[in-house]
Design a protein around this ligand. Structure first.
Ligand code: ARG
Length: 266
């Protein structure tokens, strides 16, 4: 899992609008720092033995560096996102890229945040709804991708995408999550899945600790979450901690900058 990733570049990355609570048009990313930060993330993926594919960013798409929101992919099937209006200009580029690589592409009929709200763990697709994803997408994803879709609801726009509140550490059995980010029913749902659950504190989760990429042996995550990093190391994982100062100005982190292309078919 997470051995083949689609990334873009921060060439046109800027805060042109505010569509999540972290974005402020008065706090723009530093261009060269953003390029260096993104390059360090890509280098860490390559050092971990991951294959990287690229989709070029476009001038009219200031959030395109966050490729996780493009779609969700399983095998050769992709379900494209239906993003907030400010980001819809990205979708034709994502559609074209996926088609050019031979993926069968379905347009989402309802609001859908792509992999930002749809994390695969074995046969489960942990799917956030109620923020950027319409509840009706749960059935679409189950039908089209054949996953057992588990609907989860976060409690506020601070967790506008599921990948801020939950992370897959080892597919198919280990997750990390912030209990306070979920409503009561969703917490019970998560606890009832029979998976190993690592609890992450509210303060570390607020600092994008869960917006990480794990391939089951190396975890690439933000710096500044020593308790989660320590817990993952205690479990025998290699943990690489990186600066995400610029990316967080857009409300994202490491997970947001990569779309997983190798979610296995059953
Ligand atoms: N500025 C972007 C937005 O609000 C950030 C997206 C981050 N992506 C993610 N998967 N959480 O849409």
């Amino acid at each position: 899992m997470n051995k083949t990733l689609l990334v873009s570049d921060p060439h046109y990355f800027r805060i042109a609008y505010e569509i999540n609570p972290y974005m402020h048009t008065g706090a723009q990313p530093d261009k060269s720092a953003a390029v260096a930060e993104h390059q360090a993330i890509v280098s860490a993926h390559l050092a971990a033995g991951r294959k990287i594919e690229y989709v070029a960013s476009e001038p009219d798409c200031p959030d395109m560096v966050y490729t996780a929101n493009a779609a969700v992919v399983r095998g050769d099937q992709a379900v494209l996102a239906k993003l907030p209006p400010q980001r819809q200009g990205e979708t034709p580029y994502h559609r074209a890229w996926l088609k050019s690589r031979g993926f069968q592409v379905l347009d989402a009929p309802y609001d859908f945040s792509g992999q930002g709200d749809a994390l695969a763990c074995g046969d489960f697709l942990l799917t956030g709804y109620g923020q950027r994803t319409d509840r009706r997408m749960l059935a679409v994803l189950a039908d089209h991708l054949g996953y057992q879709v588990i609907g989860l609801r976060t409690v506020s726009a601070q967790w506008y995408d599921l990948d801020l509140a939950l992370a897959v550490i080892e597919s198919p059995h280990t997750l990390a999550y912030c209990p306070e980010a979920f409503d009561e029913l969703s917490r019970q749902t998560l606890e009832g899945l029979g998976l190993d659950l690592i609890e992450v504190s509210l303060d570390e989760a607020r600092g994008f600790a869960l917006n990480l990429i794990s391939d089951g042996s190396t975890v690439t995550m933000t710096a500044g979450a020593p308790r989660l990093a320590g817990e993952l190391r205690d479990r025998g994982l290699t943990v690489v901690e990186l600066d995400t100062t610029e990316l967080r100005k857009g409300g994202g982190g490491i997970r947001c900058t990569a779309l997983t292309l190798d979610n296995p078919q059953l």
